[in-house]
Design a protein around this ligand. Structure first.
Ligand code: HEM
Length: 406
């Protein structure tokens, strides 16, 4: 039973048995908690927020991500939804396949998506992304300052993915507002299903339109994709389209915002990358490792014994990809951010059958956003370090990064 007030404000007694992934200090800097847990309780437990398990070792996160279907993705949220919201509308097959499904549905929906997210398809978004970034910078550069999160990162990724889907420009703004409501509502949201229904209804109508007026866009391509000689059922295409927004926007903007925050707060790294752009490939992988935004949820479908821990059927298990990416067993000096880190087998995009289908696109967006920024704004610093805010839960990243240029 979730008691959000109680869960939010009760001080943490011992994170091994009582961690709080929505605690402000934890969200701002979870590294000390993960290091502590990894040493003395590598799979921690809490009763908060409906109860969950939190692995912190790379090896365990990998093993648990591959435990399919014993650990189900029916709800990949980090908290179980309140019972009244836990309908087939938001989780399960009609939710957002392939993310919210298990094989066999996960397998064919993923297969239908993959051809649209190849390196070549991602590269095709580079010119549009560059224009979006340049226009945004034009809009605030003369002010000499901006909030790099709300005025820059958070504007880029929704525009790119709605462009790729083929959403009409006039409808984009409202659609993105609904998606942001979904991403921000958290557990308090009895409006959750309302916004999800609005998004689903929007795509259902777009799909109807594309049946008869196919365009060169992702909605049309998915609408006309056949699996085993038959079109994908409309309710599944709806979820697949909605998923691109829900999975693709705040994840990527979190990494871009974290990057600008990092370079603003670490002038030595800022100067080094501004002077040597050949560092970008390793720098982007290090940003993905160090500031991995995504933790995903699974539910045990039966009793599972794993490394001296017993998950009961229904238990929530959090795939803590960010903590895995700080495991000293796998990464040399993981607490140090290295622009030129050579060995970097991070799992920011997940692992196993649900590994991110948007990874190629995300990398292009991050690269374009940061290079375009550095070309125009090579020197910047935090204007009000205390005003920086971080969001956490399923996706972690700064939501407010006020910077001043020069
Ligand atoms: C830096 C940005 C991103 C990060 C860190 C990220 C991370 C992840 C992770 C960790 C997973 C696996 C979740 C799980 O195992 O439950 C995932 C899945 C997924 N991501 Fe991303 N993602 C990013 C960007 C994107 C983008 C841009 C898109 C598409 C527009 C996207 C679409 C998806 C989809 C469709 C899945 C589900 C794949 C499946 O279930 O087979 N992601 N992502």
């Amino acid at each position: 039973m979730i008691d959000s007030n109680q869960d939010a404000f009760r001080p943490v007694s011992d994170p091994a048995i009582d961690y709080n992934i929505l605690d402000g200090a934890y969200i701002e800097n979870p590294l000390p908690t993960w290091d502590d847990l990894r040493r003395r309780c590598p799979i921690a437990h809490t009763e908060r927020w409906g109860g969950s398990w939190l692995p912190t070792r790379y090896e365990d996160v990998q093993a648990l991500a591959k435990m399919v279907p014993a650990l189900s993705s029916r709800s990949s949220l980090v908290f179980d939804l309140p019972e009244e919201l836990d309908s087939d509308l938001v989780t399960g097959p009609k939710g957002a396949a392939p993310l919210s499904s298990d094989p066999p549905e996960q397998t064919w929906t993923r297969k239908a998506l993959l051809p649209h997210f190849t390196p070549k398809m991602a590269e095709a978004q580079r010119p549009f992304t560059t224009t979006v970034c340049a226009d945004l910078i034009d809009s605030f550069i003369d002010d000499g300052r901006c909030d790099a999160a709300s005025q820059y990162s958070e504007q880029i990724t929704p525009k790119v993915i709605t462009h790729m889907l083929g959403v009409n420009k006039d409808a984009t703004h409202e659609l993105i507002e609904w998606v942001k409501m979904i991403l921000n509502l958290g557990l308090e949201g009895t409006e959750w299903t309302e916004y999800w229904s609005l998004i689903r209804d929007f795509f259902a109508s777009e799909i109807q339109d594309r049946r008869f007026n196919p365009q060169d866009d992702l909605i049309s391509k998915l609408t006309h994709t056949e699996v085993g000689g038959e079109a994908i059922p409309e309710e599944v295409v709806v979820g697949m389209c909605a998923l691109q927004l829900v999975a693709g926007i705040d994840t990527t903007w979190s990494v871009i915002s974290s990057a600008i925050w990092h370079f603003a707060a670490h002038p030595e790294d800022q100067q080094r990358i501004a002077a040597d752009p050949s560092l970008w490939p390793t720098a982007i992988e290090e940003l993905l490792r160090f500031y991995s935004p995504v933790t995903s949820g699974r539910n045990a479908t039966r009793t599972i014994e794993y490394n001296e821990v017993t998950f009961q059927s229904g238990d929530k298990v959090l795939l803590n990809f960010p903590a895995a990416n700080h495991d000293p067993e796998v990464f040399e000096n993981p607490q140090i951010f290295m622009l030129d880190r050579k060995e970097n087998r991070h799992i920011a995009f997940g692992v196993g059958i649900h590994r991110c289908t948007g990874a190629n696109l995300a990398r292009v967006e991050i690269e374009v956003a940061l290079k375009t920024w550095f070309e125009r704004i090579p020197r910047f610093s935090l204007e009000h370090p205390d005003a920086v805010c971080w969001a956490g839960g399923g996706t972690r990243g700064p939501t407010r990064v006020p910077v001043i240029f020069g």
